[in-house]
Ligand binder design. Structure first.
Ligand code: ZN
Length: 131
């Protein structure tokens, strides 16, 4: 079941419980009202849990999408002039150079920056691993 379906089912069940509560009040049935109060509490718990699941589900979907995207980028890398560069231009990504140490050890795409003069003759520096 989709998480949104679960949230909607709980919302519907809450509305039905409210209707049942109104009927119980009209009948002046104390035992039924007490039972409905418990039901209401249980439905509120279920609603909160469904909301948490919906948020977690959305976060996990984003993470899966990002991972797929980064796997794509990884396949596009080639080693050139001391760093990884993208073979083809890609929207949202610089061409490079990306740190080989960060990519090869942790699988992270970290863009390197040119060293400040007069050290720029030594090329680029990774802000993450400082190599
Ligand atoms: Zn690095």
């Amino acid at each position: 079941m989709e998480v949104m379906g679960a949230v909607n089912a709980v919302v519907q069940a809450s509305a039905l419980a409210k209707k049942a509560w109104d009927l119980a009040e009209r009948l002046k049935d104390v035992e039924l009202r007490s039972c409905l109060l418990d039901l209401r509490g249980a439905l509120n718990d279920a609603r909160e849990q469904a909301e948490q699941l919906r948020e977690e589900n959305s976060r996990l979907r984003d993470e899966i999408r990002r991972r797929g995207d980064s796997d794509d980028v990884r396949r596009q890398l080639e080693l050139r002039a001391g760093g990884y560069h993208l073979r083809e231009r890609r929207e949202g990504y610089a061409d490079g150079p990306y740190c080989t140490t960060c990519m090869d050890t942790r699988g992270e795409l970290v863009l390197m920056v040119k060293k400040e003069p007069p050290f720029d003759v030594f090329g680029y520096l990774c802000g993450r691993c400082k190599r």
